[in-house]
Design a protein around this ligand. Structure first.
Ligand SMILES: NC(=O)c1ccc[n+]([C@@H]2O[C@H](COP(=O)([O-])OP(=O)(O)OC[C@H]3O[C@@H](n4cnc5c(N)ncnc54)[C@H](O)[C@@H]3O)[C@@H](O)[C@H]2O)c1
Length: 348
């Protein structure tokens, strides 16, 4: 079997998520890792050994890692506003890469990255994991099979306890910078991409409110986002995101898609999808017995990255332009809430 040698760029939260995923993919092997902070090498080494694998070589110099002949491809998990120079190094070295999302903090940054990659003939895939999560794939399959007729209305919510986010990102992390949008781009962009993909339609307009809460006991920031998106196919998609709920609130994610024939698809956490049909009391249900790296789509996403971008067996189903559109929608949340205006997506 052809094994793809993977180099990790960045050794934070998402590098761990990808490592758990890659650890279960026979075609992949993590052979090298880069972080400019040696203390992150030590922590990551402890983590990987607990998981039962060892990274070949740790680098503090990205160019050196990219010169490593064992590195066939890179997974880049660097905060969006610092990712472009790292992505440029990866492109210069001619290595295919999965770039975590958002790949840049501006749509223009994503265009520049795409242009440079095209000039150098390097394939990049953005990390939009929700497209690969079993619960969302099933929902799209049911919508595409016309089980609910034309979709009319979608309600999506993702509520995360503040303590979980504080464990993920310590006080002082890049993500708690409110002037740069705090966690909102990162915590909304995956749903935005999923909405376009699931509905097969582009957004027309978006209105949002955001409430912020300082959380001095944790040194982090709470957020509550409500937003309404109108799509070209006349679907209204309503989102609620919170980073400050009690852990007992229940499944962090729920989605309900209502169709014109009265049927509805309901996602009750990542493990369960229900199809409610018009006949009284009739419903069909799917339960997914999935491991942690499969739950939000990371493992199937990384498998797809290896098969498509690295080994060239198929075309990637998600591209940098999709990441740019999802970022525009997440940035529109921030703009709409600041200006109290509806944002029109004229040139999407
Ligand atoms: N797909 C998902 O489910 C998901 C979830 C969370 C975050 N993300 C995305 O993953 C990316 C990384 O997030 P994370 O949670 O791993 O962050 P993190 O803070 O946990 O780790 C970031 C890594 O980047 C390095 N880094 C930070 N600033 C740097 C700089 N200026 N130059 C070079 N290296 C730098 C850090 O040392 C660390 O190794 C972000 O784009 C984020 O939006 C994706």
């Amino acid at each position: 079997m052809v094994k793809a040698g993977i180099g990790l760029a960045g050794l934070g939260f998402m590098a761990r998520v990808h490592s758990r995923a890659l650890n279960g993919i026979p075609e992949a092997k993590i052979v090298a890792a880069w972080s400019k902070f040696p203390e992150e090498h030590v922590k990551f080494d402890e983590f990987s050994k607990k998981l039962g694998f060892e990274i070949g070589t740790y680098y503090t110099n990205i160019e050196k890692m990219l010169e490593d002949p064992g590195v066939d491809a890179v997974i880049c998990a660097i905060p969006s506003r610092f990712a472009e120079p790292i992505a440029n190094e990866i492109i210069r070295a001619g290595k295919p890469a999965l770039i975590e999302c958002p790949p840049s903090d501006t749509p223009e940054g994503i265009d520049r990255m795409e242009k440079f990659a095209k000039e150098r003939g390097v394939k990049l895939m953005p990390g939009h994991c929700y497209r690969f999560a079993p619960c969302f794939k099933k929902s799209k399959e049911l919508v595409d099979k016309d089980e609910i007729g034309a979709p009319l209305f979608v309600h999506f919510r993702e509520f995360v306890p503040a303590e979980s986010l504080a464990r993920q990102w310590a006080p002082g992390s890049w993500i708690w910078d409110k002037d740069k949008g705090g966690p909102i781009p990162t915590m909304t962009v995956f749903c935005m991409d999923m909405a376009r993909w699931l509905l097969n339609s582009e957004p027309v307009s978006l209105y949002a409110t955001v409430k912020w809460q300082e959380l001095p006991q944790l040194g982090t920031l709470g957020y509550t986002v409500s937003n309404v998106i109108k799509f070209e196919n006349d679907v209204t998609w309503v989102n609620e995101f919170s980073g400050n709920v009690a852990p007992s609130v229940g499944p962090s994610m729920k989605m309900e898609i209502f169709g014109e024939n009265g049927n509805a698809v309901m996602v009750d956490g990542p493990e369960r999808v229900i199809l409610h049909t018009e006949k009284k009391g009739v419903k069909r249900e799917w339960s997914f017995d999935i491991t942690r790296p499969e739950r939000w789509g990371h493992k199937p996403q990384d498998e797809h990255f290896i098969r498509s971008v690295v080994l060239g067996h198929e075309e990637p189903i998600v591209r940098l332009q999709d990441a740019k559109k999802a970022l525009k929608m997440s940035l529109a949340i921030l703009e709409s809430s600041k200006t109290n205006r509806v944002i029109q997506f004229d040139q999407f």
